[in-house]
Write a protein that binds this ligand. Structure first.
Ligand SMILES: *Cc1c(COP(=O)(O)O)cnc(C)c1O
Length: 342
């Protein structure tokens, strides 16, 4: 397969239109057959539920060229399950898991020319999403929906190695205790845009959100879960009903225990105890782990001993093991790697 001529190392993390995307429509209580299309645009009613009441949700995952040349995706079944949970919470129909996986396969195969080569650091990012396309004016769920999956090649998240970032403790909240923080809904991002723009303007890479009820416990950032490492090498990750269940974080927790023999605690994490940790990282599909070097809590700086030059030692081990599995250099647990093309 002839690859598209792209400067893989420098494409960045942006939308780059590819040849084909998958579309399925839901009407009269059923999904149609669905299939690939060349059309990257969507035409809909001005009164579509997504436009009026933000009835939309999404997923994000990547396809890679593994070391042996095969094209694989990392745990797409968990994306399908998470999207089903999100859809249910938003009164949307579930797009069946087997069909979700089939859509991922079809989009990757149809855009094989855009799957970056092994070793380039770039990947093919996949964006499955679903939205209420039927018109509503009184507040109600739509009766018609569209599910889509498109692909866009993305460059290496960190050019020239992962440099630790500086984040700040946010004054605004992300998710109410019985709200929608645990689902991947567009609405959770719309309300975070102002806060992320302000954080960037002030020189911070991300916002650390606290639990809105007591404002004493660490939740997550706008788009990634936290992992911490204690001085005696234990992995600690916050537990809360209002954080998004990151597939990266769940995978890191599993491999920390089973591959690296580390102790892992999933529990409430108080902001007060953060200065005692040795390492901190943000985990999500985009970067796998972004090391955090410093957290600014309203002028009070929390500086991790791992410093501002490189990832902490255990964070690096977690990162190397997970990316090794994704790229096929390390054998992954059963079912973690979906081979799309041998
Ligand atoms: C998508 C997302 C994450 C990361 O989840 P992954 O499955 O690891 O990509 C974390 N937090 C939020 C709020 C998210 O939307």
């Amino acid at each position: 397969m002839e690859k598209i001529n792209l400067d893989w190392a420098n494409i960045g993390f942006g939308y780059h239109q590819t040849a084909k995307r998958y579309v399925a429509n839901y009407k009269d209580g059923a999904w149609d057959e669905g299939g690939l299309t060349d059309d990257a645009n969507i035409t809909m009613s001005e009164c579509a539920c997504v436009l009026q009441y933000a009835q939309t949700c999404f997923e994000g995952l990547k396809a890679y060229t593994a070391e042996n040349g095969s094209i694989v995706a990392f745990r797409p079944d968990l994306n399908a399950e998470r999207m089903a949970n999100t859809a249910a919470r938003l009164e949307m129909p579930v797009f069946p898991k087997e069909r979700f996986l089939e859509a991922v396969d079809q989009v990757v195969l149809a855009n094989e020319a855009y799957v970056p080569p092994y070793g380039s650091g770039a990947t093919l990012y996949l964006r499955p999403f679903m939205f209420g396309i039927g018109p509503v004016i009184g507040v109600a769920p739509a009766t018609e929906y569209q599910f889509r999956t498109f692909a866009t090649p993305v460059g290496p998240y960190f050019k020239g190695g992962a440099k630790p970032i500086v984040i700040r403790v946010s004054d605004l909240d992300r998710a109410a205790p019985r709200g929608t923080g645990d689902i991947k809904a567009g609405l959770n991002y719309a309300m975070s845009l102002r806060n992320i723009v302000e954080a960037h303007d002030a020189g911070y890479a991300e916002n650390m959100y606290l639990d809105p009820q007591s404002r004493t416990k660490v939740e997550e950032t706008g788009g990634a879960n936290f992992i911490f490492v204690t001085k005696d090498g234990k992995v600690v990750t916050p537990k809360s009903n209002s954080i998004l269940p990151s597939i990266t974080r769940r995978s890191l927790v599993a491999l920390a225990k089973d591959y690296l023999g580390l102790e892992v605690e999933e529990r409430e994490v108080y902001l007060d105890e953060v200065p005692d940790f040795a390492e901190c990282g943000l985990c999500g599909t985009a970067a796998v782990i972004s090391p955090v070097g410093k957290i600014d809590d309203h002028g009070k700086e929390i500086c991790f001993p791992s410093g501002m030059e490189k990832m902490g030692e255990i964070t690096q081990k977690l990162y190397d093991t997970l990316t090794g599995m994704q790229m096929g250099r390390i054998e992954a647990p059963e079912g973690w790697i979906r081979v799309i093309k041998e």
